[in-house]
Design a protein around this ligand. Sequence first.
Ligand SMILES: NC(=O)c1ccc[n+]([C@@H]2O[C@H](COP(=O)([O-])OP(=O)(O)OC[C@H]3O[C@@H](n4cnc5c(N)ncnc54)[C@H](O)[C@@H]3O)[C@@H](O)[C@H]2O)c1
Length: 340
Amino acid sequence: MRLSVFPRKITNLQICPAQQILIPLILSYIFTNFAPSFINYKTTTLKNIVVIGAGTMGNGIAHVFAMKGYSVNLVDISQDALDRAIATITKNLDRMVKKERITETDKSDTLGNISTYTDLKEAAAQADLIVEAATENVNLKLKIFAQMDEVAPANTILATNTSSISITKIAAVTQRPDKVIGMHFMNPVPVMKLVEVIRGYATSNAVTETVMDMSRQLGKVPVEVHDYPGFVANRILMPMINEAMITLHEGVAGVEEIDTVMKLGMAHPMGPLQLADFIGLDVCLSIMRVLHDGFGNPKYAPCPLLVNMVMAGKLGRKSGEGFYAYTAGSKDLVLADSFK
Ligand SMILES: NC(=O)c1ccc[n+]([C@@H]2O[C@H](COP(=O)([O-])OP(=O)(O)OC[C@H]3O[C@@H](n4cnc5c(N)ncnc54)[C@H](O)[C@@H]3O)[C@@H](O)[C@H]2O)c1
């Protein structure tokens, strides 16, 4: 076999069949892992961003990219979710204008940078980077990544905002595992500085460096971590939230008492039960299940109260009720009836 990319002298060498297979494999490994400068993505040339999922996180991610001048295609299966996302982004930008942190022109430029789609194929045709922020469900994410791999250009970086699902597992359903990476933004995205950048088993150095760089360009602080259940943020945070629920479930103290202990005693800005409502109880449950399955350790078993509340549709702020009850337009923290 003639390896046309090799200089003539090398191709004239006698190469046995095993070497014919091994040499390209070794070279590809070296290129992806040790020579980022050969295949560097220039963050300045990444212009078209696709965000999949227009919920709590998706609208925040679209907001920060659009504010930095990127063209953002926001995709959701639900037109309602897309409409709500644009309304939320507008409301958040209005607040920034009111505080004189941005001008009216910045606001309209940001909104002008966002287009909404219900069709992924159409949205992803020119994508440089896709950030998936759909519902935290393994099978759903595997399906979306297989689809993204099919419809996005071959060099597009495929990132996921998953809170806990294995990047390596997600990458394995694509033909480009070296270009799949975790880009874990925190809630609320426009405010929180951290981006946890998670390398899957095959993620290349070039892709990791690009995503770290891109996060800095968004004004965030990226931290690189390896791919184990819950990564760092949720491996530490979620067992604490789950323990707060167990403490409540066992009757050790009430919702407000638990939150007050953690706020005043540990200087947490928000109690763990209020934080669970803010994150979404369905998201908390999914993360606990990933930790439980991933480590096989009973200490990660989700609290039965959490399981029941999710089954009952009490998902926290987004459904209007969790440990607290939420009314649109009100900032008061009101205990939910079930916990009075
Ligand atoms: N909520 C948090 O505080 C938080 C923080 C960090 C990371 N995350 C992660 O971000 C991701 C999104 O979480 P969220 O809280 O925004 O969820 P959410 O429930 O608020 O929104 C999910 C959105 O995904 C959409 N969706 C579902 N299937 C889809 C598909 N096939 N194509 C396109 N859109 C689809 C839904 O319609 C919904 O609008 C999850 O992976 C979650 O673990 C959440």
